[in-house]
Design a protein. Structure first.
Length: 382
């Protein structure tokens, strides 16, 4: 009879700080949200204690080695307990992020090294990873009605100009024709309404922040950084066969990606190139990119405007309940408010492509360059 042996492996981790840091910071607890949060907070607590040790060493002229074996109760610099530290610096709702205090701000003289894309000479750039609010809204029913009305107009104009298409959704008419010019003006009206909608949303957001923080939005520097229309036709100059020509560029599911120095960019973005907001999902967050010269050469100055859906809204609703999704996101530190649980389910993260893969593809193609990513901590679904 074959003998079966049980083998038990016991893994012991040294309690030295270097090893603890590797365990909590490098290996981590991805399988357990509660332990992952605790490990993140504990790492920050170690950093906090080491700062105090350094201060103590200066005050007492004692070495760090001496201070390591001295209880904090008998030291010159008082230290918060772990529980007090969390109460003072943790976010609400709890996340892996811990507040820190700025000791001092100094200008670095004669600095001539790379600091990634934060070398941009712009008043909104600083060394703090600030919080941003990203919003999206179009002309909604008004724009849809314009499209519906002009599909009927184009049905007749295509007969008039002897134009044939395989799909009615591709209906068109010459740009310089009476029908074309009327539609272009109607489309511009829809774009203006979308800008107005986003301005109203921004105003209400500012009001909400003023109410909660009891400060004026101007004092909190809640400035509009960028706003752009996509899903729109624009008259632009592009090089065709070596010659500059006026073209009508219709972007659907894409957005502008003009390079640094382009004549249509506002002066504040002449040096950086066009800001590009690439939306992922309310679970994965978004990216900020900038336009490139290669985009002008290969895509008429265009790039993707979002990660894109992998399934319909109806399919998404069949796979998850809105209330369950809301609870799950809140457990991950993402606070969610929605007008309806059904609408929330439509926007589940799994219904969209992987935003990291999308941005990586755009970067490799050279048509836009990543600047930074936005990690979601709150989401409002209208």
């Amino acid at each position: 009879m074959k003998r079966i042996w049980d083998i038990k492996l016991i893994l012991q981790v040294s309690s030295k700080e270097r090893n603890i840091r590797r365990l909590w910071g490098t290996i981590g607890y991805e399988y357990n949200l509660k332990r992952s949060l605790l490990a993140s907070h504990a790492l920050q607590y170690l950093n906090y204690k080491n700062v105090l040790l350094a201060e103590e060493s200066v005050l007492t002229s004692k070495s760090l080695k001496q201070l390591y074996v001295t209880s904090f109760k008998f030291r010159e610099v008082q230290c918060k307990t772990f529980e007090e530290f969390i109460l003072s610096y943790a976010l609400n709702p709890v996340s892996e992020i811990i507040w820190d205090e700025i000791d001092k701000i100094e200008e670095i003289k004669n600095f001539d090294e790379y600091v990634y894309d934060f070398t941009v000479e712009h008043k909104d750039h600083n060394f703090i990873a600030n919080n941003f609010i990203v919003g999206n809204c179009g002309s909604r029913g008004f724009g849809h009605q314009i499209a519906t009305d002009y599909l009927k107009v184009f049905d007749q104009s295509m007969k008039k100009y002897n134009i044939q298409v395989n799909d009615r959704e591709l209906s068109c008419t010459p740009f310089s024709s009476e029908e074309g010019q009327k539609y272009f003006k109607a489309m511009a009206c829809a774009a203006n309404m979308a800008f107005a909608n986003r301005q109203v949303i921004l105003h209400r957001i500012r009001e909400g922040f003023e109410k909660i923080f009891n400060k004026k939005s101007e004092d909190m520097e809640m400035n509009l950084i960028y706003d752009v229309a996509h899903n729109i036709a624009k008259v632009e100059k592009h090089k065709i066969d070596g010659k500059m020509k006026d073209l009508v560029v219709h972007r659907k599911g894409s957005t502008r990606a003009f390079p640094p120095g382009h004549e249509e960019l506002p002066s504040i973005y002449k040096k950086t190139g066009q800001p590009i907001i690439i939306g992922g999902s309310m679970e994965t967050g978004s990216f900020l990119l900038s336009g490139t010269e290669k985009a002008m050469q290969e895509t008429f100055g265009s790039t993707a405007h979002g990660s894109g859906r992998t399934m319909s809204r109806t399919q998404a609703k069949k796979q998850v309940r809105g209330d369950k999704l809301q609870k799950d996101m809140q457990n991950r530190g993402i606070y969610v408010k929605a007008a309806s649980m059904s609408g929330l389910a439509e926007e589940a993260g799994f219904a969209y492509k992987d935003i990291n893969e999308v941005v990586d593809s755009l970067n490799k193609a050279g048509i836009s360059k990543p600047v930074c990513s936005f990690k979601p901590i709150g989401s409002v679904k209208g």
